[in-house]
Design a protein around this ligand. Structure first.
Ligand code: NAD
Length: 511
């Protein structure tokens, strides 16, 4: 066992005893180091530095901020092997899953660098009194944006929303998960190496109390994590009247219609359910299969499950690695036990794999499931594939919507038009047709939840514009202006009445 303590992670020494958090490799149980939870005073000091640095950062042209973020993306790309190694030793995920974090982050940086200058440019809007009034909107950063992030995508989830926040002119303070802090510190070190000033991007370390102190200090809070924590953060943000966005949990449905290609649907279902061993907010967690193909689908998916390679080994051909925490392992087992007690059958897998590591679990397929079982109603965050037979598409849509969450969803069908029509009837932030999770991998598409899956959107123009406050400026050009004691002069009243009549017919004059 190698005990390596990263000097970057250690906080200043203090006479008071602070909470020590050990960081472990979930596959080997080696200790990677420890962090000391930062106090509220320390967090406030970090935020004060970020506040002081913000005006100078915002004074850079948007293109310059984009250039620095692109430079960082290039540095990260160059160091991707180290990034993958850090992610793997922190989470136990497979190499391909770790590479995906780097790849998606890279495309997000490129996307915003390409579009942000246009979206952040002042916009001229139509005015009620054309020519006399010029109306414009300016997009100004909030100030200091805080980020609180989870452990399951310790690089991607920690950094992805910081990119638009920084481009928009905010400075940033990130509190990564206490389970995986070294991955975030690695990425932030590379940002500094790429030329982004130190006080523009800073980290604070710790768990709940450090996160709460951050919410209490910043001008905007972007949270990714569980619904329970999200609620607490939203309540505090409401008290402080600061903006917040919440990317929370999910229980994503996948519907297989009778006309679907069974091979593509069965293998695609496993990809959606087993990515990162099921520890994904947009994991496929419940599958509804139309009755005519149900039996054939079960046979097919078991065939494909037998080909899934689960291993701690290096190599992009490994499909699934370890779970990260005991909590998820125990919840996975509890959901299986609850389902079996209520009549479900485990038709594939169902057991731990201690021969591979302490937190490995087999891809597990369950049949005979229904909505009385936790496995079909509560977020599992493990490699479970519960299959439920449904009469038809109508029943599938009804059951898909019968859940407290609404993050992502998927439909497999040969009829693409019908698939898209059905998609719009699912209460979720996004829907994939004949694939899973690609909505998230497409930076132009807004991503986020409805119901208990959160509020606000990341990615797309929406994911940038949440980090700015629009400021409207109206200029009276003083054409034919005379001193007057009301907002409308008699002349302007006549102009307004005339415009009201002609606007219906002259689109160029419409507001
Ligand atoms: P969590 O809510 O336990 O922790 C998330 C972060 O919040 C951590 O950094 C933690 O230290 C911090 N935190 C905990 N209590 C806090 C408090 N009272 N005040 C401020 N900060 C606090 O979640 P987790 O276990 O790290 O992550 C798993 C959850 O995250 C799952 O539910 C998953 O679905 C969700 N998730 C959602 C998305 C998304 O995009 N919607 C992405 C990844 C994960």
């Amino acid at each position: 066992m190698v005990a390596v303590e990263s000097p970057r992670i250690r906080t200043q020494s203090s006479t008071t005893t602070r909470e020590q958090i050990l960081i472990r490799n979930p596959v080997t149980d080696d200790i990677l180091g420890h962090i000391e939870a930062m106090t509220a005073e320390q967090v406030q000091a970090v935020v004060a530095r970020a506040k002081a640095a913000q005006p100078a950062w915002a004074a850079h042209p948007v293109k310059e901020r984009c250039r620095l973020l692109l430079k960082w993306a290039d540095v990260l790309w160059k160091h991707q092997d180290t990034a993958i190694q850090r992610i793997r030793e922190a989470t136990g995920k497979n190499a391909f899953g770790a590479w995906e974090e780097v790849a998606v982050l890279d495309s997000i940086a490129n996307y915003y660098a390409n579009h942000a200058p246009q979206w952040l440019a002042p916009q001229t809007r139509r005015s009620v009194l054309p020519v006399k009034h010029t109306a414009r909107v300016y997009y100004k950063p909030w100030g200091v944006a805080g980020f609180i992030t989870p452990w399951n995508y310790p690089l991607l989830n920690a950094i992805q929303d910081m990119i638009p926040a920084l481009i928009a002119g905010n400075t940033v303070v990130l509190k990564p998960s206490e389970v995986t802090p070294y991955v975030a510190s690695f990425a932030v070190d590379l940002m500094h190496e790429a030329g982004i000033p130190r006080d523009v991007v800073q980290l604070v370390y710790g768990a709940a109390s450090t996160g709460a102190a951050l919410v209490d200090s910043v001008d905007y809070i972007a949270f990714t994590g569980s619904t329970a924590t999200g609620r607490r953060i939203a309540a505090r943000a409401a008290e402080r009247l600061i903006g917040c966005s919440l990317e929370l949990g999910g229980k994503d449905p996948l519907i297989v219609l009778a006309d679907a290609d069974l091979d593509l649907a069965a293998s695609g279902t496993l990809v959606g359910a087993l990515e990162n061993a099921g520890q994904v907010c947009i994991s496929t967690e419940r599958i509804y299969v139309e009755a005519p193909i149900y039996d054939a689908f079960v046979t097919k998916i078991i065939d494909y499950a037998k080909q899934v390679v689960v291993s701690p080994a290096e190599g992009m051909e490994i499909h699934m690695g370890s779970l990260t925490n005991d909590r998820e392992l125990e919840r996975t087992e509890a959901h299986i036990a609850d389902a079996v007690a209520k009549g479900a059958k485990v038709v594939y897998g169902g057991k731990r794999r201690p021969d591979l590591g302490p937190r490995f679990f087999e891809p597990t397929i369950l049949t005979n499931v229904d909505h009385t079982m936790k496995v079909m109603t509560e977020e599992t965050f493990g490699p479970l594939v519960p299959l439920m037979k449904v009469r038809d598409a109508e029943e599938a849509i009804r059951l898909a919507n019968d859940n407290e969450y609404g993050l992502s969803a998927a439909i497999f069908t040969a009829d693409l038009r019908r698939g898209e029509q059905l998609a719009t009837r699912i209460d979720s932030g996004d829907v994939n047709i004949n694939t899973t999770q690609w909505t998230f991998g497409t930076p132009s598409l807004p991503m986020g939840g409805v119901k208990n899956s959160g509020m606000g959107r990341r990615n797309g123009p929406e994911g940038l514009l949440r980090f700015v406050r629009p400021q409207s400026v109206l200029v009276d050009n003083q054409l034919m202006s005379k001193p007057q004691l009301s907002l409308y002069s008699p002349f302007n009243i006549r102009v307004a009445m005339l415009l009201r009549r002609v606007r219906r017919w002259l689109p160029m004059l419409r507001i």
